[in-house]
Design a protein around this ligand. Structure first.
Ligand code: APR
Length: 325
C-alpha cells in the first residue's frame, strides 16, 4: 500500500519491477532509458526488439537481465506541448498501465522514475502531482500488497508547489525562532511550571496508563468510523505492519508510523500528542520534520502524500512505514 518518494538511481533499485521512461521504438535512448539499458545489458534490447514498439501512455514488460529487479516495465510518456494536447491523461495512463502490469506479474514493489519530466519536458511539479495522485488512487483501490517508490534522480530537479513549500518553510522557521525565545523566558517560572506539569502528568497517567498504543489506535479507528484497511492505507502503512500492531498489545511503532496514523485519523494536535505519548514519543519544536507535520495538523491538511512531498523537499524522514528500496 505505501507510496514513498526516495532519491537514487533507479538502476540500483532491488524492487521487483523498475519502470523505464522509454520512447515509442522501445529501442533505447538517453536519460533513464539509456541508464537502464546500459545496466541491464544487451539482452534487454534483444527482448525489446520483439515487442515492436509501444504507444504513448501504454506499457510493456520484459525481463531485467543484469539488473537486481525481476522485471522492467517500459512505458512511453507524452512529450510536453504546453498541456493542452492530452498530456496529463496520457501521463496518468502510463502510471496506471505500468501498475496493472506489476500487479499481473505479482510484484510486491515497484520503482518509478519521473516519467516525461526530463527530455520530454513535462513541468516537474505537475508531473509529480500526476504521479502521486495516480499511484495513490491505484493503491487505495487495490487489494494487492504493493509498495511503490517514486525515485528522484537529482534533488536539484525536485520541485513541489512553491506556495505550499514557502508556507511550510515560514511556519517551521517562525516556530524555531519562537522556541529559542520561549526557552529564554522558561527560567522565570520553571518551578511553578514544573509543579503544574507534575500534577497534570500524574493526573494524565492515572486516567490513561492502562491504554496501550495499539489499544488507543484501535479505539480511535472505531470512534472515527473507519475500517482497518481505510486507516492503514491513508496512514501509508502496509497491511503486514498493521496486522503486527493489531495483534501485539505491546507493539512499539516507529514515530513516523504513529504520525502516519495521526494523519489518517485526522487527529488534532492534542490527540496526536496523546497518541505519540502512548508510544513514548512527543513532537519536538527543534525537529524540522515534526514542525512540518505540526503545520499540516494545525491547518487540518490530512494529505499524507502532500506532507511527504514537503518532507522529502526538506530532507526529512517521510511518514508512514518506510522500507528503503
Ligand atoms: N534513475 C532515476 N531517474 C533518472 C535516472 C536514473 N538513473 N536517469 C534520469 N532520471 C530521471 C530524470 O532526471 C528525469 O527526472 O528520469 C526522469 C525522466 O527523464 P528522461 O529519462 O529524460 O525521460 P523522459 O522525460 O520521459 O523522456 C523520454 O528520453 O531517454 C529518452 O529514450 C528516452 O526518448 C525517450 C525520452
Amino acid at each position: 500500500m505505501p507510496l514513498f518518494i526516495i532519491q537514487g538511481d533507479i538502476t540500483r533499485s532491488d524492487c521487483d519491477a523498475i519502470v523505464n521512461a522509454a520512447n515509442n521504438s522501445l529501442l533505447g535512448g538517453g536519460g533513464v532509458d539509456g541508464a537502464i539499458h546500459r545496466a541491464a545489458g544487451p539482452e534487454l534490447l534483444n527482448e525489446c526488439r520483439t515487442l515492436h514498439g509501444c504507444d504513448t501512455g501504454e506499457a510493456k514488460i520484459t525481463g531485467a537481465y543484469n539488473l537486481d529487479a525481476k522485471y522492467v516495465i517500459h512505458t512511453v510518456g507524452p512529450i510536453w506541448r504546453g498541456g493542452n494536447r492530452g498530456e496529463e491523461e496520457l501521463l496518468r495512463s502510463c502510471y496506471r498501465n505500468s501498475l496493472k502490469l506489476a500487479v499481473e506479474h505479482e510484484c510486491k514493489s515497484v520503482a518509478f522514475p519521473m516519467i516525461s519530466a526530463g527530455v520530454y519536458g513535462y513541468p516537474f511539479d505537475e508531473a509529480l502531482e500526476v504521479a502521486v495522485s495516480e499511484i495513490s488512487s491505484f493503491l487505495n483501490s487495490s487489494q494487492d500488497d504493493l509498495t511503490v517508490y517514486i525515485t528522484i534522480f537529482s534533488k536539484r530537479d525536485y520541485k513541489i508547489s512553491r506556495e505550499l513549500f514557502d508556507d511550510v518553510n515560514k511556519y517551521v522557521k517562525d516556530r524555531m525562532v519562537f522556541k529559542e525565545h520561549r526557552f529564554m523566558c522558561m527560567g522565570m517560572n520553571a518551578a511553578a511550571d514544573a509543579c503544574a506539569a507534575d500534577s497534570s502528568v500524574e493526573e494524565f497517567v492515572k486516567t490513561h496508563i492502562d491504554e496501550s498504543f495499539s489499544r488507543m489506535l484501535l479505539r480511535l479507528i472505531d470512534e472515527k468510523g473507519m475500517t482497518d484497511v481505510e486507516c492503514y492505507k491513508k496512514a501509508n502503512i502496509d497491511r503486514k505492519l498493521f496486522s503486527k500492531i493489531r495483534s501485539n498489545e505491546s507493539y512499539h511503532p516507529k514515530k513516523t508510523t504513529v504520525l502516519g496514523f495521526a494523519i489518517a485519523l485526522k487527529l488534532t494536535l492534542d490527540e496526536t500528542d496523546e497518541l505519540l505519548m502512548k508510544a513514548g514519543y512527543a513532537l519536538s519544536d527543534s525537529n524540522c520534520g515534526d514542525l512540518v507535520v505540526e503545520y499540516f495538523l494545525n491547518n487540518r491538511i490530512y494529505d499524507i502524500n502532500k506532507i511527504n512531498e514537503v518532507l522529502f523537499a526538506m530532507d526529512q524522514e517521510l511518514i508512514g512505514e518506510y522500507y528503503p528500496a
